[in-house]
Design a protein around this ligand. Structure first.
Ligand SMILES: NC(=O)c1ccc[n+]([C@@H]2O[C@H](COP(=O)([O-])OP(=O)(O)OC[C@H]3O[C@@H](n4cnc5c(N)ncnc54)[C@H](O)[C@@H]3O)[C@@H](O)[C@H]2O)c1
Length: 276
């Protein structure tokens, strides 16, 4: 018999507790998070760092990315921020070269748009493609060669329910997330033998500045009413919190998810399956 918290336990039980304590740890891993200056990306950076990962944050907004880094360092984690526009390939290649070896890539940088096919202007369509589609491609392009030489890695892309169901007024945004889903499958297939796992997750509404900015821009004066409506559209009755999304990403990044590739995970309070 062995004492654990003052109680007698058998060896095997202690072994199990030890094992659980070490699950989802990322101590020897380095993770790159795009869009880590805000919302989901920020929560992901903090969660991965708290599991022991060394974190590199790349964001258009260096000041906000640095705030995430400061929070991580204050909690004795390891993090660095880099200014980078993911839609610009040379900037992305340069920043990945500077960061070097990494084991995890989380593509979270993204922008939203409201509109239908016949009222989405070319400039808005291009902006959504450039950030949400080309930005993900650019990071895959820069990260995969480094992961190959490194013996593998885990990639997690931020997809959306918008890729899987028809939503009103989300023409360009839905198109971009459909592309993220397709890129996820393509990468998962192409790099199976390089031990690179690639998955995506599809949240419904998550309460982040992305949602607040979108409401302020598109529903001025009606923000509270629309917030309530959007919250209720999740059968669970509310929006997700960013750290609920981060928990799933910690799992997919960890070695405990070693059998998972080419999958999309709904994390949507029942939006896709229970809204009937
Ligand atoms: N919030 C939601 O309800 C929700 C739901 C489903 C999917 N998503 C997806 O999750 C991701 C993160 O969303 P969020 O709510 O955290 O957004 P957010 O607006 O809070 O954060 C996005 C971050 O990306 C950065 N960014 C934007 N354009 C960039 C660029 N060109 N280069 C580098 N960085 C750039 C921004 O500076 C910001 O820090 C997005 O891809 C979004 O489509 C969000």
């Amino acid at each position: 018999m062995i004492l654990f918290h003052g109680k007698e336990v058998f060896h095997y039980k202690l072994h199990l507790i030890d094992k659980l304590n070490f699950m989802f740890r990322l101590d020897d891993k380095t993770a790159v998070i795009t869009g880590g200056g805000s919302g989901i990306g920020k929560a992901v950076a903090i969660a991965l760092a708290s599991q022991g990962a060394t974190v590199h944050i790349i964001d258009l907004n260096l000041a906000e990315a640095q705030k995430t880094v400061d929070e991580i360092i204050a909690a004795e984690g390891k993090a660095t921020a880099y200014a980078c526009d993911v839609s610009k390939q040379q900037q992305v290649v340069d920043v990945f070269e500077k960061m070097g070896k990494h084991d995890v890539l989380v593509n979270s940088a993204g922008v939203s748009h409201i509109g239908k096919a016949d009222d989405t202007g070319e400039a808005d369509f291009d902006r959504i493609v450039n950030v949400n589609v080309k930005g993900v491609y650019n990071c895959l392009y820069a990260a995969i060669p480094l992961m190959k030489t490194n013996g593998g890695g885990a990639i997690i892309n931020l997809c959306s329910i918008a890729a899987h169901v028809g939503l009103n007024d989300r023409f360009a945004y839905s198109m971009s997330k459909g592309a993220v889903y397709a890129m996820t499958l393509s990468v998962a297939k192409d790099y199976l033998h390089d031990k690179i796992r690639c998955n995506c997750i599809s949240p419904a509404r998550v309460h982040t500045p992305f949602v607040d900015g979108f409401l302020a821009k598109n529903y001025p004066g009606k923000e509270a009413e629309m917030f309530e409506k959007l919250s209720k559209s999740q059968p669970i009755g509310r929006m997700a919190k960013p750290n609920e999304i981060a928990s799933l990403i910690v799992y997919l990044a960890s070695d405990e998810a070693s059998f998972i590739t080419g999958s999309d995970y709904a994390i949507d309070g029942g939006f896709v399956t229970l809204n009937n």
